[in-house]
Design a protein around this ligand. Structure first.
Ligand code: ZN
Length: 338
């Protein structure tokens, strides 16, 4: 930042010098010099105001007052990293081009057409290369086509995998939303001057002590892609497995399984609807430590399988409970360790 001021002021000075030497350029150079100088000065003043704000007693006192809330935020940010690290966020694969790496394709056409602008992506498992018709159909019937062409079968095992994926996605989404809410409320509680919010948002968080991690939900993304033989045209349908799409897939799979009258058809489905129902049933209160949303408005609550699915636990209301993120984190760390 300070370097920018220095550069601007030096450039302004050079221009002033040049305008002395070359008489013809005086008016133009003078105008530019005055402009740059003013701009540099404005930036410098803003920078000084920013430093004074972060050093002010008011800022420092409030920083101390909310230190524990900030510490909790940072702990939650670490938890988000853990969820990301442990969860599986991929499912299914496309067989199209699975052996494409064994061949080399070259367009030896002598025409000067701009060919191969569109090159099919064969070596990624989440792109299905197909006809234009399939691309179109996938856009009207995404769940059916993703299942069909990315090998997600209507079986109990695959349904459990989709539910597991949904669990990871929803936990991450909820935790990230919770982090954002906490950050917004931290900013709000300081009520910083407008120029701070506008120009120094990141510096602000750094001075408060908030650890900002670049967090994104790694949604599985499936693509149906048609690339014409010459590579001149390409069309694509993209399906993202977000919360809503996962729920729709769970319903679709369960309908097919139910039709076959199997056990999985009879149990509850781990959908957003069920999660909300469990939290409501438990009065938005952690069943371990009894903290509730009433006591802590920013509390992150999760729905947990009492006996984990990996140990034969069923998705049924009596095997589900509401836990706060702290208790759930401790519980899953124990399960992983033991
Ligand atoms: Zn708890």
């Amino acid at each position: 930042m300070v370097q920018i001021f220095a550069v601007l002021i030096v450039v302004a000075l050079i221009l002033v010098a040049v305008s002395w030497v070359a008489a013809n350029w005086i008016p133009i150079a003078a105008v530019i010099a005055v402009g740059l100088g003013t701009w540099g000065l404005a930036l410098l003043i803003r920078h000084i105001r920013m430093m004074r704000y972060f050093a002010s007693d008011e800022f420092l006192a409030h920083k101390t007052a909310i230190a524990s809330f900030v510490a909790e935020h940072n702990e939650l940010a670490r938890y988000v990293d853990e969820i990301r690290g442990r969860g599986t966020f991929a499912l299914g694969w496309s067989v199209s081009g699975a052996q494409a790496h064994l061949a080399a394709f070259q367009n030896t056409s002598r025409h000067k057409y701009r060919r191969d602008r569109n090159i099919a992506s064969y070596q990624t498992p989440f792109v299905h290369n197909c006809s234009l018709q399939v691309v179109r159909n996938a856009s009207t019937d995404p769940i059916k086509y993703v299942m069909k062409y990315f090998n997600i079968k209507a079986t109990e095992t695959d349904l459990a995998n989709v539910e597991d994926l949904g669990d990871g996605i929803v936990r991450l989404e909820d935790a990230i939303t919770n982090l954002w809410q906490r950050e917004a409320s931290i900013t709000q509680s300081f009520n910083p001057p407008k120029f701070i919010v506008k120009h120094y948002a990141d510096e602000f968080m750094k001075h408060v002590g908030v650890v900002l991690s670049p967090i994104m939900v790694p949604y599985p993304v499936y693509m149906f892609e048609y690339v014409s033989a010459g590579g001149n045209s390409s069309q694509r349908t993209t399906v993202t497995l977000d919360r809503e799409t996962i729920d729709a897939m769970i319903w679709t799979m369960s309908e097919k399984i139910k039709f076959r009258k199997s056990v999985a058809g009879q149990r509850a489905l781990m959908t957003s609807q069920l999660r909300t129902m469990i939290k409501e049933r438990d009065n938005y209160t952690c069943r371990y430590c009894s903290i509730s949303l009433v006591a802590e408005p920013h509390l992150l609550l999760e729905v947990d399988h009492i006996v984990p699915v990996s140990r034969g636990g069923l998705t049924a209301p009596d095997n589900l409970q509401t836990l706060c993120w702290r208790c759930n984190r401790t519980k899953s760390n124990k399960i992983i360790a033991g």
